[in-house]
Design a protein around this ligand. Sequence first.
Ligand code: NDP
Length: 274
Amino acid sequence: MPQLGLGVFQVAEDETTAAVLTALACGYRSIDTAALYGNEAAVGAAIKTCGILREDLFVTTKLWNSDQGTDKVRPAVERSLAKLGVDYVDLYLIHWPVPSTDRYVETWQAFERLSAEGLARAIGVSNFTIPHLRRLMAETSTVPSVNQIELHPGFQQQDLREFHAAHDIVTEAWSPLGQGAALAHPVVRDLAQRHGKTPAQIVLRWHIDIGNVAIPKSVTPSRISENIDVFDFELTTEDLRLLEALDTGTRVGPDPEAVGTRPSGFSTRIDQTL
Ligand code: NDP
């Protein structure tokens, strides 16, 4: 799994194909979408026309909350595969645990069957807490490959990252730039100046150095290019210590315990799409 990918949450369908093609031309090979985002078909159009072999791409999508449950998973993944125009996804994620409906264990068992059939090369979860992960481990036979969680300098999730490391679960950071908020911090700006890099490059390099997979979103070609250009410099131990001290425990997105079958805590535009 590439350590950097392009996220396309809140990217309009008519902007998505161009953003993905720009990213692929810049060297990205991993794209993160979701049934919720309404742009799987536009990602699929980029996959079809990019000229890169399918096996060289890493495509992630996610099962939306209202499709959790034994009988709903298979039709949902088939819809996603059809929109993406692919026979399999590289990673299929349960988007949120939705504890209020208590269906994530049976949903995970359906994911195990998709994996056995080859429709998803790897299966994982998103927005799961340690108790949710422990329950999956106790009641099913597969440990998720990945947990995609909110993670940026202001919200570092140290305990969850340690739990992932102990159980060989990849930590994938969503909103890796804190939706842009992390870039204005004076510490980040100072490090950017010292390294001759941009604030986004400092934050993304930090993700790489602490072992996260990161999926920054941008529709701006220069930023898409900038965000993957982070492999020619290193942060020092002192730099990492300064960035670790920026954790305020403040989320930019909703609390996983509170999210139900309708999105909450994100933009009203997304609320209106459901
Ligand atoms: P990000 O932290 O990636 O921030 C995106 C914002 O930062 C956009 O406004 C973008 O602007 C701006 N930006 C990007 N690059 C730069 C740069 N180099 N300099 C300055 N500004 C920049 O937030 P997201 O919430 O979009 O998260 C990223 C991805 O994570 C999503 O697209 C999605 O794939 C995933 N995600 C998953 C969730 C889940 O529940 N599993 C929830 C939320 C996100 P612009 O586009 O205008 O350039």
